[in-house]
Design a protein around this ligand. Structure first.
Ligand code: ANZ
Ligand code: ZN
Length: 824
């Protein structure tokens, strides 16, 4: 008998897959396609357990779908631009390109060592010129359509990374990557007009409800943040101009008693009277220095300053003092808010602090509200009061009525506002895709003509870690001629956010070598959308929103006909150890290399799939790893022990089976059914594996295995175990499949089907008596519970007539034999 030697087995089959290109995906109109994708990794140096888990989950699905006859596309690549490469270059005096490509080589080896079934011919790295040059073309076309534009804007700046961050990349005021506190700055910046797609991005979340976790969709909807309301105009007291506000509560308009402007509002300084100017200026200065992200927070202390000016409430004609307030943001709505202290909590606190008038315009049905005794704003729906002709209406209805009235009077209009901001994509870093633009002193911003693409990232660069973007110091790159006037000009040195590259790599995988454009439409058509996408929840509003946006842009540029890129999304949990996420700083990292070295890739895969369902956090346990290894050894021994007598055993003839034989066969087919259901669409790999473990126990306990009537069943049971385990532990099962003398690869043998008839439990007969007289017979499973059998007896149609008009006093059950119903 051979001993299980994972290293030997795994090398053998990895070699086999490589030489035979076993996982190469080729278009095939005869078979249903299945595009399976895991979020591609950043080539940080080596893979970690989170990767092992993510890719093992994906690989089970890929292999399962292949065994079920699907034409599976399962590609892998590298999200290869970005800061860490540059930081490493500064630290190690090497080059980001060298660092990145060396890491890719090493990590590719690690992934191959895990036996993951990728089509390696489609591999791409986003820092390959062959990839990023197409992105430059897309950028130019977005520019032509007004979807990429440059403007001075306040930006989130990470002082440590020395770069701009998108709103999505700021978490609780800190950089998503290095956790440094983010500050606000004004900078000229390139942006993508994702806001032009806000409505579609929102609407289409409702098409994804069957395939995406509701939690992710809710996060995206909140991030897009659609608000329906009105813009209303408030004339200044002197009639010289007017202030436009955005409100979602026009039903409270009669209660607006003052005005709050963002300190950045263009009219802020202009409005200040001479007497108020010094305070106004001081306040603006102070707010500018404070954190914009904290300003919007609920628990933020409300602060403001009176400008000295007044405007007029267009409905009540009452004079309203105009304030600047720290909680009003210039980026939302119009940067001006009509303050209704009785019905908005922020305004209430502000009014109390600065002693401003309160007027109630909505009350709870049948009650009154006294502004003098209110302790907080009344913010829910109610009945309109002190609101002219709208009095007595429900406030919800008054919203509509007042909006119509404002439009009719020409003092307002219904509008929709989104919280979503355009996506700032400029990064002041070297290791990224150069934005293909030129700044000419005469012509301004000029796009690089398409026939002059690509703008190649220069290699000859110095990394000192000081003085900002290293690219800006490469004069041979920066100095250029203007394509319009021929004069001396400067090349744009901002590079694109790395999230741009990850916004379309899944499309490029469909035609990775295509050299006439970013995408071969026919190939994209054949493979897209991604049927199953797998990755971390941390990308819920970052990558997953950008990728949806970019897909729609590429559609509108004519590159594909895809509406939504990912039909189904699985967000896997973290790998934790000792109750905390594995991380260097916590010192609880388990290195996959050591694990694979000691136990083999199959054990690493099996453990990470068995220890928890994919969405849940996986709690690392050394005993668990050991247990997985021991299980594989058990299966190995079982197969080799059975070998001598199952080889050559024919197919099962159900008619010739003993009751024990039938029992084992039932276990086999029930297991096939359960494992199939657990994997397909539900991804309950842990319970699927547990079911196979039970079947292995049943085979072990089954005696005598070598009896002539039994060998066929034992053979069927053993082959089923091998095939059911194939997606989880592919090297192991290929080796056993060969050992039992089966031809071809186990994966090519297809997924086992189950015989429904064979899963039916054997039944026993229970007689039913009423007051001791035989009335009926029941067929029940031997494992049926007492309550179940009694209920069935009472409901039996032959028994029913004898119960009519009587009351049941007692039901007696003699297990497996009879039910006696006592009536009176
Ligand atoms: C008057 C009012 C009365 C409001 C009331 C609310 C309650 P959402 O739902 O998030 O869209 N607002 C408008 N622009 C703002 C800005 N730039 N900065 C801070 N707040 C702003 O919120 C819309 C509401 O937020 C608007 O409706 C406005 O206050 C405020 F009882 O107008 B409301
Ligand atoms: Zn020019």
């Amino acid at each position: 008998e051979e001993r299980y030697n994972p290293k030997q087995v795994e090398e053998k089959w990895q070699g086999f897959w490589e030489t035979n290109k076993s996982f190469k995906a080729v278009e095939d109109a005869q078979r249903e396609k299945y595009y399976l994708l895991e979020m591609f990794p950043y080539p940080s140096g080596r893979i970690h357990m989170g990767h092992v888990r993510n890719y093992s989950i994906g690989d089970v699905i890929a292999r399962f779908k292949r065994m079920r006859g699907f034409n599976v596309l399962h590609p892998m690549g590298w999200d290869a631009f970005g800061m860490p490469a540059e930081n490493a270059a500064i630290q190690n005096k090497s080059h980001p390109a060298k660092w990145t490509y060396e890491n890719i080589d090493y990590m590719r080896g690690q992934l191959k060592r895990l036996g993951l079934s990728y089509d390696w011919d489609r591999e791409l790295a986003t820092c390959d010129l062959d990839y990023y040059k197409w992105e430059q073309q897309i950028f130019l076309e977005m520019y032509e359509k007004g979807l990429a534009y440059k403007k001075v804007s306040p930006v989130n700046w990470c002082p440590k990374c020395q770069t701009v961050l998108a709103n999505e990349q700021v978490e609780d005021g800190a950089c998503w990557r290095c956790d440094s506190e983010v500050v606000q700055k004004e900078l000229e910046q390139w942006s993508f007009r994702i806001t032009a797609y806000a409505q579609e991005l929102l609407d289409d979340t409702y098409k994804l409800t069957n395939g995406w976790p509701e939690r992710v969709l809710t996060m995206q909807r909140n991030w897009i943040g659609r608000s329906v309301g009105c813009e209303v105009e408030f004339p200044l007291e002197d009639g010289s101009s007017k202030i436009t506000v955005f409100t979602t509560r026009q039903d409270t308009l009669y209660g607006a008693t003052f005005m709050s402007l963002a300190p950045e509002h263009p009219m802020a300084l202009q409005l200040a009277t001479d007497a108020q100017r010094p305070q106004v200026e001081a306040f603006i200065d102070k707010v500018k220095k404070s954190d914009k992200l904290k300003r919007g927070a609920e628990d933020q202390e409300k602060e403001g300053v009176f400008t000295g000016a007044y405007c007029i409430n267009p409905l009540t004609k009452v004079k309203m003092p105009i304030f600047l307030a720290n909680f009003v943001l210039m980026e939302y709505g119009t940067g001006a808010v009509m303050a209704v202290p009785t019905h908005d909590q922020r305004d209430f606190e502000f009014a109390k602090k600065y002693d401003l008038p309160l007027k109630v315009v909505i009350v709870p049905e049948g009650e009154t509200l006294d502004p003098a005794t209110m302790t907080e704003a009344f913010t829910v729906e109610g009945i309109m009061v002190s609101s002219g002709s709208f009095d007595g209406m429900k406030s919800g209805d008054a919203k509509e009525a007042i909006a119509d009235f404002l439009e009719k009077e020409g003092i307002g209009r219904k509008t929709v506002n989104f919280r979503l901001r355009d996506w700032g994509v400029s990064r002041q870093r070297y290791w990224g895709n150069p934005i293909p633009m030129i700044n000419c002193p005469t012509c301004g911003v000029v796009p690089v003509p398409k026939d002059q693409l690509p703008v190649v990232l220069p290699m000859d660069v110095e990394f000192t870690g000081e003085g900002g973007n290293p690219l800006a110091k490469v004069t041979s790159f920066v100095n250029c001629t203007c394509p319009v006037c021929g004069g001396a000009a400067r090349r744009e040195t901002d590079t694109m956010d790395t999230f741009v590259q990850s916004s379309w790599y899944f499309l490029r995988y469909c035609s990775p070598k295509y050299n006439e454009g970013p995408l071969d439409k026919k190939q994209v058509e054949a493979w897209m959308p991604v049927d199953q996408y797998i990755g971390g929840i941390e990308h819920a509003v970052l990558h997953l929103l950008y990728a949806r946006f970019f897909t729609k842009v590429l559609r509108d540029l004519g590159y594909c006909n895809v509406e939504e890129p990912f039909s189904n999304l699985l967000t896997q949990g973290m790998v934790i150890k000792d109750g905390a996420k594995m991380s260097k700083s916590k010192g609880n990292v388990v290195d996959p290399n050591a694990l694979i070295e000691r136990y083999g890739a199959d054990t690493a895969r099996l453990f990470s799939l068995f220890a928890a369902p994919p969405e849940k956090d996986l709690d690392w346990s050394d005993q668990g790893v050991d247990g997985s290894y021991r299980f594989l050894n058990r299966v190995w021994r079982l197969v080799f022990e059975a070998l001598p007598f199952i080889t050559g055993a024919g197919a099962v003839d159900p008619a010739k089976l003993t009751s024990e034989g039938k029992g084992l066969r039932r276990a086999v087919h029930k297991t096939i059914r359960k494992v199939t259901e657990d994997i397909d669409g539900r991804f309950h790999f842990n319970t699927a594996i547990a079911a196979v473990m039970e079947l292995v126990n049943a085979i072990q306990a089954f005696e005598p295995k070598s009896a002539p009537g039994n060998v066929a069943v034992v053979r069927e049971a053993v082959l089923s175990v091998i095939r059911l385990l194939a997606p989880f532990v592919p090297h192991f099962t290929e080796e056993l499949w060969t050992a039992v003398g089966e031809k071809g690869a186990v994966e090519a043998s297809g997924w086992p089907g189950f015989d429904a008839e064979a899963t039916v439990d054997e039944e026993i007969t229970v007689v039913v008596q009423v007051n001791g007289k035989l009335r009926s017979k029941l067929n029940v499973s031997p494992s049926a519970a007492e309550e179940e059998v009694k209920a069935q007896a009472l409901a039996d149609e032959k028994v029913q007539p004898f119960l009519e008009g009587k009351s049941v006093k007692k039901v007696i059950y003699v297990a497996g034999k009879l039910v006696n119903i006592v009536v009176a």
